[in-house]
Design a protein around this ligand. Structure first.
Ligand SMILES: Cc1cc2nc3c(=O)[nH]c(=O)nc-3n(C[C@H](O)[C@H](O)[C@H](O)COP(=O)(O)OP(=O)(O)OC[C@H]3O[C@@H](n4cnc5c(N)ncnc54)[C@H](O)[C@@H]3O)c2cc1C
Length: 391
């Protein structure tokens, strides 16, 4: 009888597993459940601020994936029942879906949600906040950066781990770039408040500090924001900072249905980075940002963990063939353009997580070429996972 594999979340990790299993395992029914009928890539979203990226290039639909025999069901998973092997999904915009789905293997790859519950005043002043993280909010941030004429841009990074370590730094430096381009930079302060002791990733913090000094960006580390008001934030130690434009990233966690099913909090428990099964259930695995991996939350790790998860399912099903994979990545952080040209330079860094302690390295020279390489890398992922190029 064919095995039913249900994957919750059709992003980087979910599609990594779906594509791998569709290729390597015959006689399998693979269903990916995603809450939207499209996927928005994350890495280059910050470049929407400087108009160097365009939404069209980073959205993909799932139809080409369907051609491979992978079923994609659009719906929001709100509950799972691990003891009875059931997933519950609610209605979506695409047709009526209000059903329960059975599985033989369940793979949890829903990424993260933003949790503002530790921030007083967020309920009332949520509309003041923007980030580069969401399609809507990044557009609001862009609108504010291109129309406000004076004030303070306040950027905030919560305690790690959160999705994409350098994204808050990218936000501060791209804000500098836009304001410098518009000729209003001298009328703005830019403050980056970081809940961590260093900007993330820590091995790039020295370059970030040097670049911030040149750009006149103020950096405050080791301070957690606990309250927001109409035009100010307050940190745990009681310091108050005013803002005109706020780009605050809320702490990250896996969606609530995971905690409610007893599978982990704030992320899904796993046995190890190589064995991504839940410690209690052989038939539940997790990968990507939702999993409690001891690594940064980024696209490379999401993809690599998805291959480890796929390999484990292949092994459990007696398929001897495996896909080659190890934990290591090259990454690029957008560092803006100090002179205010809308041509972003980037920092390139890499990390080999196969050795203990992990070995990070970086090129201290910021280069335009790295920004272009990051674009190629992101487009290649989208083509590989969603089956087509943007024309
Ligand atoms: C602004 C930004 C910048 C980034 N920059 C970089 C970078 O420079 N380099 C890098 O390597 N990584 C970067 N990342 C991180 C990278 O995008 C993520 O680490 C990666 O996408 C994680 O993959 P994932 O599969 O775990 O989650 P995702 O790719 O987010 O996929 C999760 C999917 O699950 C779906 N989903 C969620 N909940 C449910 C539910 N309840 N029911 C059904 N479906 C659900 C979502 O709609 C989504 O399609 C960035 C991310 C952002 C947002």
């Amino acid at each position: 009888m064919s095995k039913k594999i249900v994957i919750v979340g059709g992003g980087i990790a979910g599609m990594g597993i779906a594509n791998t299993l569709a290729e390597k395992m015959k006689n399998t029914e693979i269903t990916v459940i995603n809450k939207e009928d499209f996927y928005f890539a994350g890495p280059s979203r910050p470049l929407l601020l400087t108009k160097e990226q365009d939404y069209n290039r980073i959205i993909r639909g799932y139809e080409k994936v369907g051609e491979k025999g992978i079923k994609v069901t659009i719906g929001n998973v709100y509950k799972i029942d691990p003891d009875n092997r059931k997933v519950y999904i609610s209605e979506s915009t695409i047709g009526y879906r209000n059903e329960e789905i059975d599985y033989d293997y369940l793979v949890l790859t829903p990424g993260i949600v933003f949790d503002d519950s530790s921030i007083t005043g967020f309920d009332k002043y949520w509309w003041k906040n923007t980030t580069v993280y969401d399609p809507g909010r990044v557009n609001v941030l862009k609108e504010r950066l291109w129309t406000e004429n004076e004030g303070t841009v306040l950027v905030y990074a919560p305690k790690a781990p959160y999705r994409c370590a350098p994204a808050p730094t990218e936000t501060a430096l791209l804000s500098h770039t836009v304001l410098a381009y518009r000729g209003v930079r001298s009328k703005f302060n830019i403050i980056h408040i970081d809940a961590n002791d260093k900007t993330q990733p820590p091995f790039a913090a020295d370059i970030v500090k040097q670049t911030y000094d040149k750009a006149g960006i103020q950096l405050v580390t080791g301070q957690e924001i606990t309250e927001i008001g109409e035009n100010y934030v307050v940190t745990k130690s009681g310091e108050k900072y005013n803002f005109t434009i706020l780009a605050l990233l809320e702490p990250n966690r896996a969606p609530k249905f995971i905690e409610e099913a007893g599978l982990g909090t704030p992320f899904v428990e796993i046995r190890s980075p190589q064995d991504l099964r839940h410690p209690k259930y052989d038939d539940i695995l997790s990968a990507g940002d939702a999993a409690k991996l001891p690594f940064p939350k980024n696209q490379e790790i999401a993809f690599e963990s998805s291959l480890f998860a796929a390999n484990k399912i292949l092994e459990m099903e007696g398929v001897s063939e495996k896909v080659p994979v190890q934990y290591a990545f090259v990454g690029w952080a957008y560092m803006g353009n100090l002179e205010g040209k809308l041509e972003t330079l980037s920092l390139q860094f890499q990390m080999d997580l196969t050795s203990q302690p992990p070995k990070p390295s970086k090129d201290p020279q910021l280069k335009r070429e790295y920004t272009l390489q990051k674009d190629k890398w992101e487009q290649a992922y989208l083509e590989k996972l969603f089956g087509y190029k943007y024309l």
